[in-house]
Design a protein around this ligand. Structure first.
Ligand code: ATP
Ligand code: SKM
Ligand code: MG
Length: 180
């Protein structure tokens, strides 16, 4: 069977990119990377600190550098941050260097899954529902135009989502292959 290419997960906050990415990488026995964690690791500080001190634009510069570096690796699973697709260069690298999977979910699930979070500055001190809706309106065209596959994570366990990603990436690689 052909080796699977890089798999890059994109999608909005709370859709499960980090959770599903880690599980998918473990099942495929591949290195897992998370651009948000890599940004924090390189900086030695948290995402809220970067937003406070450098603003969102400073964070985006760091994020684009990290996406370039991580997408240059091979045979990895990468979970990106929710806003990674706002950079046209990052979109290009994601598309050229692997299979891009857009993990989608409903606004209600996003609200539930980000409810207790303090690490997502764009959702602090604001009407989260309205903010998530607005971000989605701006970014959904970017998710859709960057993705090779769209996979829903709504009302499904992370394991079920991982199974579907594996099956559909294999099918994309070899359209004639039968499902097991
Ligand atoms: N399929 C799922 N079903 C139920 N809960 C889930 C599912 N996937 C993720 N979660 C939960 O939702 C929360 C957010 O998930 P996660 O951090 O993986 O999202 P993310 O897409 O990486 O968000 P961000 O863009 O902010 O990094 C976590 O508490 C996680 O346990
Ligand atoms: O949607 C966004 O813009 C963000 C999502 C998170 O993953 C982090 O990258 C950060 O909080 C910004
Ligand atoms: Mg994440």
């Amino acid at each position: 069977m052909q080796a699977l290419p890089n798999i890059f997960l994109i999608g909005p906050m709370g859709t499960g990119k980090s959770t599903i990415g880690r599980l998918l990488a473990a099942e495929l026995r591949r290195p897992f990377h998370d651009s948000d964690h890599e940004i924090e690791h390189r900086c030695g500080c948290g995402i809220p600190w970067i937003f406070d001190v450098e603003g969102e634009s400073g964070f985006r510069v760091r994020e684009a550098e990290v996406i370039d570096r991580l997408t240059s690796l091979e045979e990895i699973v990468l979970a990106t941050g929710g806003g990674a697709v706002t950079s046209s260069t990052s979109r290009q690298y994601l598309r050229e260097r692997g299979v891009v999977v857009y993990l989608s979910t409903t606004l209600e699930q996003q609200l539930r899954r980000t409810a207790r979070d303090r690490n997502r500055p764009l959702l602090q001190g604001t009407d989260r529902r309205e903010r998530l809706r607005q971000l989605m309106a701006e970014r959904e065209p970017l998710y859709l135009s960057t993705a090779d596959l769209v996979v829903s994570t709504d009302r499904r366990s992370p394991r079920a989502v991982v199974r579907e990603i594996k099956r559909r990436v294999r099918r994309l690689q070899n359209p004639l292959e039968q499902d097991a």
